[in-house]
Design a protein around this ligand. Structure first.
Ligand code: F6P
Length: 490
C-alpha cells in the first residue's frame, strides 16, 4: 500500500498534536500577478513548491515565503497572509517583502551566484561578494522574524527548505529555543574540497547545525556534509548514527529522496482536459506521424540543455533515416535571467537551436521545437503524455522531479526515460536508460535505443518505474521526515 494524503494527515495529527506546522522557503507556492485589471494566480516551476504544496494541503499550517508576484501585496491581509490554494483554501501563505537590493544580494547574489554553483558540479565558478553575504544574513533574519511572529507563544515545528535559508534555524532558536526545526537541502552538497573555498563555509555549516534534523536527497550528499563538518568544525561526528554533536547539541543527518503526488498526477493526466490538450498540441505542431521527445526544464546551466541538443544533432547526423521523423519538444521556463551566466546560456541555446534546425529542416519539419515560456502544470502533463521518450540530461541535480512527474503522468504505461547518471533520481529509477550528458556519442546512441525499444520492453520498464514512484511518493517523504523527528522525542 502506498502512502496517501489522509495517512500523512493522520500522522501529523497524532505526532505533532497541537504544534503549529510551518514550512519556510524562498519561493512561494502561489504567485499573484497583475494582468491588466485582473489578478492571476500562477504556480511557479519549482520542484520544491510542487512537492511541498500537497503536503501543506494535507497538514494545514503556515507557509512563509518571499512574496515575489506583482500583485502579491494586493491580496494579503494586514499580517501579509493569504489562504491558498485559491480553489481549495487549505493553508495560510505568509509573505515576506524584500527590497530590490535585498533580492539582489540574497537571492541572485549569494544564493544563486555563490551557493548554487558551489554545490553543483557544472563548472561554473561561484562568485563570493561580502556584500551579498551580509544581505543573505540580513534576509535570513527577516525570515526568522516572520516565523517567530507566526509562532507567538505556541509550540511549533518548523520545516525549512533549501540553500537560501542556511542560517534560519539558529536565528529562530536564538529567540525561541523550544522550537523544533528540520531543514531539507534540495540541491547536492559538494565534497569538502570543493566546499572549503566558500569564505563563510564555517558559518553556513554552523547555521545548518542549528537544526534537529537535516535532510538531503541521497546518502552520498549526507556523507559529503558530514565530511565537510569534519574538515571545517570542532564537532564530534557519530558516523554510526549519522549525527553531528556540536556545542552539546545533536543534529541528525539523513537521506530522504523527495518525490511527487503520484496519484494526483496520474489522475490529472488521465482527464479529458489533458486528452483535449494533447490533441491541440499534436495539431499545432503537426506531430501526428512523428516520434516525439520531450524535455522540460528551467533554463539553468546545471540542466545540460546544450549537451542534449548536441546529442540530438549527432543522432540525426548518424541516423539520417530519422530525419523528418523525430521532433524534440523542449519546454524551457526562463529562470534567474538577471544573472550573467543565465543570459549567456539563453544565447547559447538560441544559437544551437537555430544552427541544428537550419542544418536539418525540410518542408514544414524541424527537429527542435523550442518553447520558452511559462507552461501551466496541466499543459506540461499533456506534453509528457505525448512523448515517446523524455530526456533529463542534468550535469548535476539533487533529485530532479521532472523524472517523477513524467513517470506519474504515464497512465498508459508507455514512454522511455533517458536519464543522466548525475541526478539523485538515477539511484531510484533504475529502469531508465542512463546517459553521461558529456559523452555525446553514447548519448546519441541512447536516443536511438529509446526510439527503437520494442513496445513490450517500454511497458515493462515503465510499469516498474511507476511502481517505484507510487510506493515512494511525496506523502511517504514527508511522513518519514516527521516520524524521524518525533522518534527523537522532540
Ligand atoms: O530545487 C532547487 C531550487 O532552487 C528550488 O529551491 C527552487 O524552488 C527551484 O530550484 C527553482 O528555482 P528558483 O526558486 O530560483 O526559481
Amino acid at each position: 500500500m502506498s502512502w496517501t494524503r489522509e495517512d500523512l494527515h493522520r500522522l501529523i495529527k497524532t505526532k505533532l498534536a497541537d504544534r503549529l506546522f510551518i514550512v519556510v522557503s524562498n519561493r512561494e507556492p502561489y504567485i499573484h500577478i497583475s494582468s491588466g485589471d485582473e489578478i492571476q494566480c500562477v504556480v511557479p516551476v519549482s520542484g520544491l513548491t510542487v512537492a511541498l504544496d500537497p503536503v501543506m494541503r494535507a497538514c494545514g499550517g503556515v507557509w512563509v515565503a518571499h512574496g515575489s508576484g506583482t500583485a502579491d501585496r494586493r491580496v494579503v491581509d494586514d499580517k501579509n497572509r493569504v489562504m491558498v490554494p485559491p480553489d481549495e483554501p487549505s493553508y495560510s501563505l505568509r509573505r515576506i517583502w524584500l527590497t530590490r537590493e535585498e533580492e539582489d544580494g540574497y537571492y541572485l547574489g549569494f544564493s544563486n551566484e555563490a551557493l548554487w554553483p558551489l554545490c553543483h558540479l557544472a563548472y561554473a565558478p561561484p562568485i563570493f561578494y561580502e556584500a551579498d553575504w551580509n544581505t543573505y544574513k540580513k534576509v535570513n533574519q527577516l525570515f526568522a522574524d516572520a516565523v517567530l511572529d507566526e509562532i507567538g507563544d505556541r509550540q511549533a515545528f518548523v520545516f525549512i527548505q533549501d540553500y537560501h535559508l542556511a542560517l534560519l534555524s539558529r536565528l529562530i532558536k536564538a529567540q525561541n529555543p523550544q522550537v523544533t526545526t528540520a531543514q531539507f537541502w534540495h540541491i547536492p552538497w559538494a565534497n569538502p574540497e570543493v566546499f572549503r573555498i566558500c569564505p563563510w563555509g564555517e558559518e553556513l555549516v554552523d547555521g545548518l547545525l542549528g537544526n534537529d534534523l537535516l535532510g538531503f536527497h541521497i546518502g552520498y550528499h549526507c556523507d559529503n556534509f558530514l565530511n565537510t563538518v569534519n574538515l571545517l568544525m570542532e564537532a564530534r561526528i557519530d558516523y554510526e548514527r549519522s549525527a553531528v554533536i556540536h556545542d552539546g547539541k545533536t543534529t541528525l543527518v539523513r537521506p530522504f529522496p523527495i518525490s511527487v503526488d503520484f496519484d494526483q498526477i496520474s489522475q490529472d493526466a488521465a482527464s479529458e482536459n489533458i486528452k483535449r490538450e494533447m490533441e491541440r498540441i499534436r495539431h499545432t505542431w503537426k506531430l501526428d506521424d512523428k516520434i516525439v521527445g520531450v524535455s522540460v526544464d528551467r533554463v539553468d546551466y546545471t540542466k545540460g540543455i546544450p549537451n542534449r541538443l548536441l546529442a540530438l544533432d549527432k543522432f540525426l547526423a548518424k541516423y539520417p533515416e530519422y530525419q523528418r521523423r523525430v521532433v524534440l519538444l523542449q519546454l524551457a521556463e526562463p529562470s534567474r535571467t538577471h544573472i550573467r551566466k543565465y543570459k549567456e546560456l539563453n544565447l547559447e541555446i538560441d544559437d544551437l537551436v537555430e544552427e541544428i534546425n537550419w542544418k536539418y529542416q525540410s518542408g514544414d519539419w524541424k527537429p527542435i521545437i523550442y518553447i520558452r515560456e511559462h507552461c501551466s502544470p496541466p499543459g506540461i502533463l499533456a506534453f509528457y503524455r505525448l512523448a515517446h521518450f523524455c530526456i533529463v540530461s542534468s550535469l548535476h541535480d539533487g533529485m530532479n522531479l521532472v523524472t517523477k512527474e513524467f513517470i506519474s503522468s504515464r497512465v498508459d504505461e508507455d514512454g522511455v526515460l533517458i536519464l543522466s547518471r548525475f541526478t539523485g533520481a538515477a539511484r531510484e529509477l533504475t529502469e531508465a536508460l542512463f546517459i553521461n550528458p558529456y559523452a555525446t556519442d553514447d548519448f546519441a546512441e541512447t536516443i536511438r535505443k529509446a526510439i527503437e525499444m520494442p513496445k513490450r520492453q517500454r511497458q515493462a520498464r515503465m510499469r516498474k518505474l511507476r511502481h517505484t514512484v507510487e510506493q515512494n511518493n511525496i506523502y511517504k517523504w514527508a511522513g518519514n521526515v516527521i516520524s524521524e523527528l518525533t522518534n527523537l522525542g522532540l
